[in-house]
Design a binder for this molecule. Structure first.
Ligand code: NDP
Length: 503
């Protein structure tokens, strides 16, 4: 990596413990979505780059430098990585805020938690036990979990470091070697992190990061015969493509895909809390998170009062420069995402929805006038059949709907192809638990939203994908469980011996 000035970063691929030039000169230009300024560049990688990275990861997997290392020793290195990340959090938070256009306040809060993932998996990997199932006869029967080998991580742009590190911490703790294909829109922090992890003691070849496009580098990672698992975070369409690519080789996948989270607000929720909760659920990351509160379902008796206050709150959110500590909402990642959000607003109005807040590109002073800012947008009178309700937007556009009772709320919440995040707001403890048991969502909050923890499983149903991040579930899914049957009796009974035990 070379730094041309204080602010413009130029990376090469990170392969086999060092930065290496791509086999071609073409580069991805990373521009600030808030101002259009150049932040850095990374290789627009090739299939050949990917092959070299996979070869390095395979060599590392076959040697005894990582997979055979005692889990305690691996844990020391993972903890070193966590501590080094802690000491450089400011740098990574600034970089991801610049690349994504998200407020520094948000990015700092998110990244501050990341070292916990390394500490957590360093700890539980030491306790990764097999079992001793009973077996008829004089036998000892046990299971053991060994690393998969080389695993491929394909990640999205919305939380560049969080998404990569959630997957990486567990993949490494389980003893695998890794090739990461970060989003072409946000490869800088993954490439920076790889060198830092190596400095913290990760042996060369164990972590490789190849920047480039999904259709070339991402596809090549899925096609690579040495890769034993693909863990993808991305859109549902990409999930379908990746699932088809790897189906031929029958390797396991984890798919963290799209969502359209319902936020269900019952009328016993204090109005202030309901409004603050819905605003938090909907507008963090300008709505660019997979569990963003995109469908706000509100009980009829408080619907009008809620709508008025929610719209008012949305109108007062401060849009601004991502580096400004006062900024509450940043830019969208690209012109495409901005236009997509505004298209959905137009289609909603055409279908009969009413804009009660926002609805336009935000007018901000230079240099932010070149940025992709959309006003926090609240749509009322939306119905389940509207495109804006059916499809994931990934922007600050929120649909509000009215429900009359518990059953109606459940029908509205579950009437969707996605089953990822959901939150339920009520003071009635019985209703809360009764309701969530029937909710088709893999990640549910009661009286909160967005909260995440390394020990708390994360993953969706239906078009939101399959498999889980976090917790023991993820650790086990990064290993192969093998069953071993051991004969204890002294003499082996010969099956073919005439007159023998089986004769
Ligand atoms: P994309 O699906 O566009 O891309 C995700 C990754 O897949 C990128 O690295 C992309 O490469 C790569 N990719 C694209 N095509 C292929 C292919 N043919 N073969 C292999 N890899 C490919 O998603 P976004 O980056 O736009 O992220 C937004 C999406 O991610 C949303 O739908 C969101 O809901 C979902 N998401 C889900 C989360 C969850 O936990 N369930 C969390 C966060 C986001 P490139 O873009 O570089 O070309």
């Amino acid at each position: 990596m070379t730094t041309e000035s204080d602010t413009i970063l130029h990376f090469d691929q990170f392969i086999d413990g060092e930065y290496r030039q791509s086999t071609q000169d073409r580069r991805l230009k990373i521009l600030s979505p808030a101002t259009g300024e150049l932040i850095g560049t990374a290789p627009d990688g090739t299939v050949d780059d990917l092959a070299v990275a996979v070869a390095a990861a395979s060599r590392a997997a076959r040697s005894d430098i990582w997979s055979d290392m005692d889990a305690l020793e691996r844990g020391h290195i993972l903890r070193n990585i966590a501590e080094m990340l802690k000491s450089r959090l400011h740098e990574f938070a600034q970089l991801d805020a610049r690349v994504t256009g998200r407020p520094i306040r948000e990015m700092r809060a998110q990244l501050t938690r990341l070292p916990e993932w390394f500490h957590y998996f360093a700890g539980i990997a030491r306790g990764l036990e097999g079992s001793v199932p009973p077996f008829k006869g004089d036998y000892l029967n046990y299971t053991q979990i060994t690393p998969l080998g080389v695993v491929g991580l394909i990640t999205s742009w919305n939380h560049p470091l969080l998404i990569m590190l959630k997957k990486l911490s567990v993949a490494l703790a389980a003893g695998n070697t890794v090739v990461v294909k970060p989003s072409e829109l946000a490869p800088l922090s993954p490439l920076l992190f790889a060198a830092m992890a190596t400095e913290a003691g990760l042996p060369k070849g164990v972590l490789n990061v190849v920047s480039g496009q999904g259709a070339t580098v991402g596809k090549a990672l899925c096609d690579a015969s040495e890769v034993a698992k693909i863990d993808l975070t991305g859109g549902t369409q990409t999930g379908r493509v990746v699932a088809r690519l790897v189906a031929e080789r029958l390797i396991p996948t984890t798919m963290e895909l799209g969502g359209k989270a319902p936020v269900v607000i019952f009328d016993d929720t204090p109005l202030d809390e309901a409004v603050a909760g819905a605003t938090f659920a909907s507008f963090i990351a300008s709505g660019q998170t997979c569990v963003s509160g995109a469908r706000i379902l509100v009980q009829g008796s408080i619907y009008d009062a809620f709508l008025e206050r929610f719209a008012q709150r949305a109108k007062t959110l401060r849009l601004g420069h991502p580096m400004d500590e006062a900024t509450q909402m940043g830019a969208l990642i690209s012109q495409r995402q901005m236009e997509r959000s505004l298209d959905y607003v137009a289609s909603a109005v055409e279908e009969g929805a009413r804009i009660v807040a926002g609805g336009r590109r935000a007018a901000l002073p230079a240099p932010l006038d070149r940025g992709f800012f959309v006003e926090p947008t609240v749509l009322a009178d939306t119905t389940p059949d509207m495109r804006v309700v059916r499809e994931e937007i990934f922007g600050p556009v929120v649909c509000v709907m009215r429900f009359e009772d518990e059953k109606h709320a459940l029908d509205l919440a579950n009437n969707h192809e996605f089953g990822l995040g959901a939150s339920v707001w009520t003071r009635d403890i019985g209703r809360a638990h009764r309701f969530v048991r029937k909710l088709n969502a893999g990640i549910v909050w009661i009286n909160d939203h967005h909260k995440n923890d390394p020990a708390s499983i994360w993953g969706g149903f239906g078009s939101s994908g399959h498999g889980k991040e976090n917790g023991w579930h993820a650790l086990r899914a990064y290993g192969k469980e093998q069953n071993v049957v051991v004969r204890l009796s002294a003499g082996f009974a010969d099956w073919y011996e005439d007159g023998g035990r089986y004769g």
